[in-house]
Design a protein around this ligand. Structure first.
Ligand SMILES: Nc1ncnc2c1ncn2[C@@H]1O[C@H](COP(=O)(O)OP(=O)(O)OP(=O)(O)O)[C@@H](O)[C@H]1O
Ligand SMILES: [Mg+2]
Length: 259
């Protein structure tokens, strides 16, 4: 059982650099069970690197990562068992069919055969992929591949979901299906950290929003808290984002182009 309200994830002074590039610059972050955290930030601001360090794919240069009560490095398999991850460009085994791939993923997680079959059927139906599960992944559209990647992250019923732009490539209807699905999981206490460039999605779905900029965590809070910090009461997330990241001039450029 997970306990809503308790800390699911704790990052302390986590940093990562690549030669002279600072990818993540000493960030602190606490996320509670059942929370959806939206991770926003310009390209190259460190979102994907942060997600990879939480999962344990990349080792931080310094600082500590505690995931679901497990200190990173102590038991990487136990962490991966309880975490679902969708990378920004998922690589699937294209020569397998969707069904074969999901079956394979279910086996990796050691799911019981009948449970695996039932979950795969349920999720294929939910994602409206029924009828295409027997086709090779190489023949799928980008959105269909993304849906398979999402199902493979949900399959073992993880307690923590790390989703790197989960709605990319999805049409509005499919995005809606995934959003509803995430809400259902959240109601069951699943914690989600989701990076996105779609500000409306971050705004509509997240309990709190973290804005990264040049590896730093520039702001973290509810929409209300962020508006207060940006001194932009009742403004939407785009205004806040542009103000906090100091890139308001983007708007001037866009407006000039639209004239
Ligand atoms: N394997 C790597 N080798 C060298 N530099 C890297 C590597 N991975 C990331 N970086 C650098 O670290 C910084 C942060 O990258 P990251 O992928 O975390 O950004 P991001 O916020 O996910 O960006 P995007 O919105 O484009 O996905 C960038 O400057 C990037 O070039
Ligand atoms: Mg990224």
């Amino acid at each position: 059982m997970v306990s809503v309200g308790e800390t699911a994830l704790e990052l302390r002074r986590v940093a990562k650099r690549y030669a002279d590039i600072v990818a993540v610059d000493y960030i602190d972050l606490d996320v509670k069970y059942g929370e959806i955290l939206g991770l926003l930030g310009p390209n190259g601001s460190g979102k994907s690197t942060t997600l990879k360090m939480i999962l344990g794919l990349i080792k931080p240069d310094s600082g500590s990562v505690n995931v679901l009560g497990i200190k990173a490095g102590d038991d990487p398999v136990a962490v991966k068992r309880q975490v679902g991850y969708v990378p920004e460009s998922p690589r699937l085994y294209e020569f397998l069919t969707g069904l074969e791939y999901l079956d394979f993923v279910g086996d990796i997680y050691g799911l019981d055969a009948s449970e695996k079959k039932a979950r795969i059927e349920e999720y294929l139906e939910a994602m409206e992929l029924e009828g295409r599960e027997g086709d090779m992944i190489s023949s799928y559209s980008q959105g269909m591949k993304q849906k398979i990647a999402l199902i493979s992250a949900f399959l073992h019923k993880p307690k923590l979901l790390l989703l790197d732009e989960p709605l990319s490539g999805l049409d509005p209807r499919s995005a809606r299906i995934v959003k509803d699905f995430l809400r259902k999981l959240t109601a069951q206490g699943v914690t989600t950290i989701m990076s996105t460039h779609i500000l409306e999605i971050a705004q509509a779905m997240s309990d709190r929003i973290a804005i990264m900029y040049e590896g730093r965590l520039l702001a973290l809070g509810t929409m209300k808290e962020l508006s207060q910090k940006a001194r932009l009461p009742e403004s939407d997330l785009e205004d806040i984002f542009l103000k906090l990241t100091g890139t308001e001039d983007v708007r001037e450029v866009v407006e000039a182009l639209l004239k």
